[in-house]
Ligand binder design. Structure first.
Ligand code: AMP
Length: 287
């Protein structure tokens, strides 16, 4: 497996493979791998001949009071995990290589970025859209795989790729969860074990919403208030948002329909902000 730091080396790597007819799939990550990341890598390996994983904790998507410094990192552990997968190269640049002196370009996806996390994280999605565009131009992939865990991010990237005619196929991959339902996240490493019950309130709130809808409650104002109360019933939780939105436009939904997604962001113990989401009406009952 190749570990590549410099953008021009990465471009040359892919060009060599493309010339010999190989397809390349990219999995963009910020590292500190868990099963969610690994399942994206496996999906990428099913889709293309060669998988490239990018590992870059992108400073421009963190706000001034966010957890950039506390974001978990362990390069050696990540390399051990990634070597167990069918990954041909890891692209791991430094911030200086990605944002050299004088850098001043930004990509903004307007409306989609105003909802959900965009409200409490101004500038976050411009940081994401810009770095993902750079990664596409550096890695030159045919396909890129993103997790539905970051539902808004995936919607924004799909929009951006269409709007800018970027020749990359975007593939979304379902959320991978712990056995108890907690959505896997690198940030779970920053959770105090005592806060596990609080963290679990996100996934159990999703189940509660589905239950309520099965019982005929479809007014999202009523559901939002029930769920907010439910989450706040767990010690150490502070709701950032409980939002029922259209799965494509991310516009707020007044009543639950087949395309309504429930998106949640909750701060745990004042320091770890967790997100989760899911369709409210499941096509198949969860087994
Ligand atoms: P991150 O390293 O958190 O930026 O995530 C890198 C990619 O992994 C993103 O596309 C995420 O949506 C995806 N991802 C993170 N956690 C999960 C999960 N639990 N299940 C599926 N995909 C995930």
């Amino acid at each position: 497996m190749d570990i590549i730091q410099r953008p021009e080396d990465m471009q040359a790597w892919t060009r060599t493979r493309s010339r010999s007819g190989k397809t390349v799939a990219l999995v963009p990550t910020m590292g500190f791998f868990h099963e969610g990341h690994l399942s994206l890598m496996r999906r990428a390996a099913d889709l293309c001949d060669q998988v490239v994983v990018s590992l870059f904790v992108n400073p421009t998507q963190f706000g001034p009071n966010e957890d950039l410094d506390r974001y978990p990192r362990n390069f050696e552990r990540d390399m051990t995990l990634v070597r167990g997968e069918n990954v041909a190269a890891v692209f791991a640049p430094t911030p200086d290589l990605m944002y050299p002196q004088g850098f001043q370009t930004e990509i903004r996806v307007r409306d989609l970025a105003t909802h959900l996390c965009g409200r409490s994280r101004p500038g976050h999605f411009a940081g994401v859209a810009t770095v993902v565009t750079k990664l596409f131009n550096i890695v030159l992939p045919d396909v890129a795989v993103f997790g539905e865990k970051d539902y808004q991010q995936l919607a924004i990237i799909r929009r951006m790729v269409r709007d800018l005619n970027i020749p990359v196929r975007i593939v979304g991959h379902p959320i991978v969860r712990e056995a108890d339902g907690l959505a896997m996240s690198s940030r779970n490493a920053n959770l105090d074990p005592n806060n596990r019950a609080a963290a679990l309130s996100l996934s159990t709130a999703l189940e509660l919403a589905r239950d309520q809808v099965r019982q005929g409650v479809t007014d999202t104002a009523v559901l939002t208030s029930t769920l907010t109360g439910y989450i706040h019933g767990h010690k150490g939780t502070e709701v950032d948002y409980v939002s029922f939105v259209d799965g494509d436009s991310l516009e707020p939904a007044a009543a639950v329909t087949a395309n309504t997604v429930l998106a949640l962001a909750v701060r745990i113990d004042g320091k770890v902000r967790l997100i989760d989401n899911g369709l409210v009406i499941m096509e198949r009952p969860a087994s």
